[in-house]
Design a binder for this molecule. Structure first.
Ligand SMILES: NC(=O)c1ccc[n+]([C@@H]2O[C@H](COP(=O)([O-])OP(=O)(O)OC[C@H]3O[C@@H](n4cnc5c(N)ncnc54)[C@H](OP(=O)(O)O)[C@@H]3O)[C@@H](O)[C@H]2O)c1
Length: 219
């Protein structure tokens, strides 16, 4: 019997993470939800619906907590096929330079960038046990310099300094890892889950075209 592919989704207690997790379940994945705080509480209360997932309380800003998650995956599955870095902090909308608090920026970077680097460093050996390992880093058009410098782009003037710069840094990190991982079998890419061609998107669901793109990535 073919063994199922194993996926970890960070923070899928609400928002798009949950949508990704459900798509994975429908595509024969074992889905591990690594969640903390409100997300974990929400998921813990879901009871029945959760039977299909494996839920682990994980603080992915903590090396200790991630190491615990890694041990659990190692003992239960012995490999990891897909890692989806989905958790985010998005704050600081419309702040002027005088209003930016460095502590807030650091907090955003801790989740949106440093946690991603940390989890990839730690889980690389587990991913290497897969026949076709893959990493998807959830990004945003707000961190895409080409889009943001195009005055016709509907969010060109949408200023969220901490969030946008953290996603821009994530984009470059993914690009550099892509080069490093190219000779190996680990596939790594960014994925923007929301089509921002106009400003009328629903931020808690992904549209069909985007959903198809996501499905193409996980196959
Ligand atoms: N929604 C959009 O319009 C949109 C557009 C473009 C890109 N994206 C990207 O898509 C991904 C999902 O977006 P979303 O809108 O679904 O996000 P969301 O609803 O804000 O969910 C993000 C999750 O991250 C968790 N989180 C935040 N700070 C954390 C921390 N310090 N430690 C641990 N967990 C933390 C939150 O958990 P708690 O609730 O427990 O705090 C939450 O469950 C993100 O990477 C985002 O950048 C979203």
């Amino acid at each position: 019997m073919k063994t199922k592919r194993v996926a970890v989704v960070t923070e899928a207690g609400n928002g798009l993470g949950k949508t990704f997790a459900n798509i994975l379940l429908n595509h024969e994945y074992e889905v591990i939800l690594a969640a903390s705080k409100k997300s974990f509480e929400n998921l813990s209360q879901e009871g029945g619906a959760l039977h299909d997932y494996k839920l682990f309380k994980t603080d992915f800003t903590s090396l200790e907590s991630l190491t615990e998650l890694k041990s659990l995956i190692t003992s239960k599955f012995g490999k990891l096929d897909l890692l989806i870095n989905n958790a985010e902090i998005a704050n600081g909308f419309g702040q002027k330079i005088e209003q930016i608090r460095i502590e807030d920026v650091k907090q955003v970077y801790e989740t949106n960038l440093f946690a991603v680097i940390r989890i990839i460093q730690l889980f690389k050996p587990l991913l290497e046990k897969s026949d076709a390992p893959s990493i998807i880093n959830m990004t945003s058009a707000l961190g895409d310099i080409d889009k943001m410098t195009d005055e016709n782009f509907c969010y060109a003037n949408y200023c969220m300094t901490a969030y946008a710069t953290s996603k821009a840094a994530l984009n470059m990190f993914t690009h550099l890892q892509c080069k490093e991982f190219k000779p190996s079998k680990i596939n790594i890419q960014n994925f923007d889950p929301v089509a921002l061609k106009n400003c009328t998107h629903n931020s808690v669901s992904i549209k069909d075209g985007i959903k198809d793109d996501f499905i193409a990535l996980i196959k």
